[in-house]
Design a protein around this ligand. Structure first.
Ligand SMILES: Cc1cc2nc3c(=O)[nH]c(=O)nc-3n(C[C@H](O)[C@H](O)[C@H](O)COP(=O)(O)OP(=O)(O)OC[C@H]3O[C@@H](n4cnc5c(N)ncnc54)[C@H](O)[C@@H]3O)c2cc1C
Length: 397
């Protein structure tokens, strides 16, 4: 995917140019999904096989640099266009979006919080897909409560030495580089002042201990990573200063939550559209089931839920694009769209009857994939707490 038109100058022209670019990108994604993805998903999913060929195609499409600024070799897509790309891909196979999304969160951490040397070193390689990876925050004893992590980085001359375990890390096996959250001062109060982030590439002392088996989200690797006496040069400390790790992780998660919302929309949309088609073909009591009121009620609710989820997702993405604080908007979008995915996939299963439960149809996959959207990038319990805190903060009495 290339975006090579000369940038226009005035606001109206800029908007038209952006719209044109978005259309070209979405068309390119549609073509790729139809030509190279759609028919292969079922086999890869059920074999839980890494989609190596598709990853190469995603590199060519520029997806590993989707939100990386153009000056560092990326496509520089707005969060809004990116959300639309993610929704499209997720409606065909959600797993694929995990391969570039956590990679792009790592890139967002470098772009927003890295030094200029770090940006110049890493971002072009991330954008081309030469270096791929993800975000390594979670540990066996700490997920939601990130400030409780135990991974320790100790300064030793020009290096740091890191020990500890990360778990559930997406792209842990096939990726080679991770935004790694550690404690540089475990005694610090408040705790986040002792947290830092490194851009850590695989090497001596950094091993994958196991692939984690999952209910859904097949094809993409989730792994436990072990660091034992892993030595990393101090110039890989993000931003060059200790104490900014949690801030970096949270800033990356805003984009991550918009992405999860878009994935939720993709699953909710696939569940709806499959149901709209199936209900016109399947007949009971002499007529297509879409003519039974009980099914119409389901379709009506599913479509409304999807539209509301999309609007919340675009609203959060636009706030992100304007550079505004958008944790409340991203939280609302992530919460609502992920629950919409869960509800629509269950309704699609009911509409498909026994076939909805069959591995010959994709409905059971939507049903297995959707709940992950409620957990990843901050659980939905936490999203509602973020929304409430922001409401109070924005409306003080
Ligand atoms: C397939 C998959 C892929 C993942 N990929 C990654 C990745 O790439 N990188 C990464 O770092 N992590 C990843 N994760 C981890 C994920 O981010 C965590 O699972 C998630 O943040 C929740 O943490 P936890 O599992 O430790 O649950 P816990 O934090 O133990 O939470 C358990 C329950 O308690 C609730 N809870 C916790 N605290 C509160 C509170 N204060 N108030 C109310 N309720 C609360 C939670 O909402 C949840 O319902 C992945 C997980 C999965 C399953």
């Amino acid at each position: 995917m290339t975006t090579t038109m000369t940038p226009p100058t005035d606001a109206a022209e800029q908007a038209e140019h952006a719209e044109h670019e978005e259309r070209m990108i979405l068309e390119a994604i549609d073509k790729w999904l139809d030509r190279d993805v759609r028919d292969k998903v079922m086999d890869l999913e059920h074999a839980d096989e890494y989609p190596t060929e598709m990853v190469e195609q995603m590199k060519e499409l520029g997806l590993f640099g989707a939100t990386i600024p153009q000056e560092y070799g990326g496509l520089g897509l707005s969060a809004t266009t990116y959300a639309k790309v993610v929704e499209k891909i997720s409606s065909v196979w959600m797993s694929l979006t995990g391969i570039f999304n956590s990679h792009l969160i790592m890139a967002a951490c470098v772009a927003r919080m890295g030094t200029e040397d770090q940006r110049r070193h890493f971002l072009p390689k991330f954008a081309s897909g030469e270096i791929r990876g993800g975000l390594a925050l979670t540990e066996p004893d700490a997920g939601t409560d990130l400030q409780a992590i135990r991974m320790r980085a100790v300064r030793d001359g020009d290096d740091y030495v890191i020990d500890g375990t990360k778990t559930w890390i997406s792209n842990g096996i096939y990726g080679s580089c991770f935004a790694l959250l550690v404690k540089t001062d475990p005694e610090a109060q408040p705790r986040h002042k002792g947290m830092s982030m490194f851009i850590a590439e695989k090497g001596d002392g950094f091993t994958v201990s196991k692939k984690l088996e999952k209910m859904g989200y097949k094809g993409i690797d989730s792994a436990e990573l072990i660091f034992e006496n892993y030595r990393i040069s101090a110039d890989k400390l993000l931003g060059g200063t200790e104490g900014k790790g949690l801030q970096a992780a949270l800033s990356g998660l805003e984009l991550g939550r918009i992405n999860i919302a878009a994935r939720g929309c993709g699953i909710a949309s696939a569940a709806l559209m499959d149901s709209v088609s199936y209900s016109q073909i399947r007949k009971t009591f002499g007529k297509p089931i879409c003519q039974h009121q009980a099914i119409q009620l389901k379709l009506g609710e599913m479509a409304t839920r999807l539209q509301a989820a999309r609007l919340l997702t675009y609203d959060a993405a636009r706030a992100y694009d304007r550079g505004e604080r958008c944790d409340m908007e991203a939280g609302m979008a992530k919460y609502f769209a992920s629950e919409a995915a869960v509800e629509n996939s269950l309704e699609a299963m009911r509409i498909h009857g026994g076939y909805g439960y069959s591995k010959e149809y994709p409905i059971e996959r939507y049903f297995r994939d959707a709940p992950l959207m409620c957990i990843g990038e901050g659980t939905n319990e936490i999203q509602r707490m973020i929304i409430a805190k922001q409401l109070v903060e924005r409306h003080p009495v």
